[in-house]
Design a protein around this ligand. Structure first.
Ligand code: SF4
Length: 460
């Protein structure tokens, strides 16, 4: 399961804005590993540089030196709409002269097909297959005296999940959709202003967290400092998977440290599904903290029964058949010395299609585990996501067409426990009304258009 992207923006005259952006993107690498890009403005021109690959592979001293100016935005991409191609890398730059702007987007629109056709009718041509380009062109074409007006107009037209950073020649904008589906926060560095998908990026560049950008808010930053404009406000619906899986554990979202939320999920699972066992193993890295939480609550020893190759980024080298056959072994290595003869509680963040879990359980058994009891931090996923999470279509979701007992049998576990929706909300520690949980409940915060709309965009 993958999320849509990491975004960052900085307005800091006199600072090396491209370098700051590079290090922020480096900290946001977990949000997308397909491509990375930076656009910088010096007040006259916007220069941009984007390539396929990890942040450290994309940029060199030379490419960063060419990105000069007083402000910059950056983007890490994991493809949601649109395939993995260089033309889909961001930031997207549209327009020219006074009306030039660069956009970096995290999220997914539900009405982009309609807007795409409208913009094509106005003579706009598209160079990518992303809904992010639809947003960029919509803002560019929007009526209004200035960019703020254009963004306001566009917010009334676009529907779905979007956290945006937008760069003009002399201003930086941070925009969060009215539901606040994706996170976005504001920080300060040496008296200047930055915005980032997650607060961990602020920590890494030495910036101070100031606050989350509110759902439906536009923050405009220029030489006068930041100004806030509260636009449309809908019922808040932050994606609860930010806490389960997407965000880094050292990020704070809406005042809650993700690490503590994950630890509480583990403890909650221990309460909901206790079992006699010798060892608790969290699937690294996303469920390591939840594993610790389970072990602490249950009073069972916590151990690292699986080692993850942490340096596997996304590779563009296709594995040969022999490597493909190794499958999950390329990612995880079990520790027989730790697992032998043990009754193991295996904690994972989620089960989506159910293709990986049986392989991981099999690895543990082959390494000597006597029993494997599966505990899952996400309730059964029965509905697809329309807000930018590359999950699966409904027929691919294992919990959509199998009972929990059938899933247990399929994955080969001795027992299986999914956290309850109430238990998950309690673990995150924020009001239930704050969250989108549509993939568990089917209650989408935005009326979802025909799935055909999304499919049509995907095949564009
Ligand atoms: S449907 Fe699920 S994955 Fe998608 S935004 Fe809502 S909670 Fe997140």
């Amino acid at each position: 399961m993958h999320e849509a992207c990491g975004i960052f923006g900085v307005y800091a005259p006199g600072e090396d804005v491209a370098r700051i952006t590079f290090f922020a993107l480096f900290a946001l690498q977990h949000r997308g590993q397909e491509s990375a890009g930076i656009a910088a403005s010096d007040g006259k021109r916007i220069e941009s540089y984007a390539r396929m690959g990890l942040v450290s592979q994309v940029f060199s001293e030379e490419s960063l030196t060419q990105l000069t100016g007083h402000s910059a935005i950056g983007h890490n991409r994991y493809s949601t709409t649109g395939s993995s191609r260089i033309c889909n890398a961001q930031p997207i730059v549209v327009g020219s002269g006074d009306n030039i702007l660069a956009v970096a987007h995290n999220g997914n629109l539900v009405n982009s097909q309609h807007l795409y056709q409208e913009l094509c009718g106005k003579g706009y041509t598209f160079h990518s297959s992303t809904d992010s380009e639809v947003i960029a062109n919509l803002i560019h074409s929007a009526p209004g005296q200035d960019c703020l007006d254009k963004i306001r107009y566009s917010m009334r037209r676009i529907q779905g999940a979007y956290s945006l950073v937008i760069l003009t020649r002399d201003q930086l904008f941070a925009v969060r959709d009215p539901f606040g589906v994706r996170p976005l926060c504001l920080g300060k560095i040496n008296g200047h202003w930055v915005v980032a998908s997650e607060s961990c990026a602020l920590d890494h560049i030495g910036a101070l967290f100031v606050r989350d950008v509110a759902p439906g808010e536009i923050v405009m930053i220029d030489q006068k400092g930041p100004r806030s404009f509260q636009e449309i406000l809908e019922k808040k619906a932050t994606c609860i998977f930010e806490y389960i899986y997407f965000a880094r554990p050292d990020s704070i979202i809406d005042g809650r440290l993700v690490y503590l939320a994950r630890q509480a999920m583990g403890a909650q699972l221990a309460e909901e599904y206790p079992v006699e066992a010798d060892l608790v193993v969290g699937v690294p890295d996303s469920a390591t903290v939840a594993g610790i939480g389970y072990a602490q609550k249950a009073g069972i020893q916590h151990g690292e029964g699986l080692m993850k190759n942490r340096y596997v980024g996304r590779t563009f080298i296709a594995p040969d058949q022999r490597m493909r056959d190794l499958g999950v072994k390329m990612k995880f290595n079990p520790l027989p010395g730790v697992l032998k003869e043990k009754r193991v509680v295996l904690v994972d963040d989620s089960i989506v299609r159910g293709t990986t879990t049986p392989k991981v359980i099999n690895l543990l058994r082959k390494a000597g585990a006597r029993e494997v009891h599966m505990r899952v931090c996400a309730p059964p996923i029965r509905y697809p996501c329309f807000f930018g999470v590359d999950m699966a279509s409904r027929w691919e979701l294992i919990a959509a067409h199998k009972s929990i007992e059938e899933v247990r049998e399929f994955i080969g576990a001795d027992s299986l426990g999914y956290i309850s929706v109430e238990g998950l909300v309690k673990s995150v520690g924020l009001p239930k009304e704050n969250f989108c949980m549509a993939c568990f409940t089917g209650n989408y915060p935005i009326p979802v258009q025909l799935e055909m709309d999304k499919l049509a965009l995907e095949t564009r």
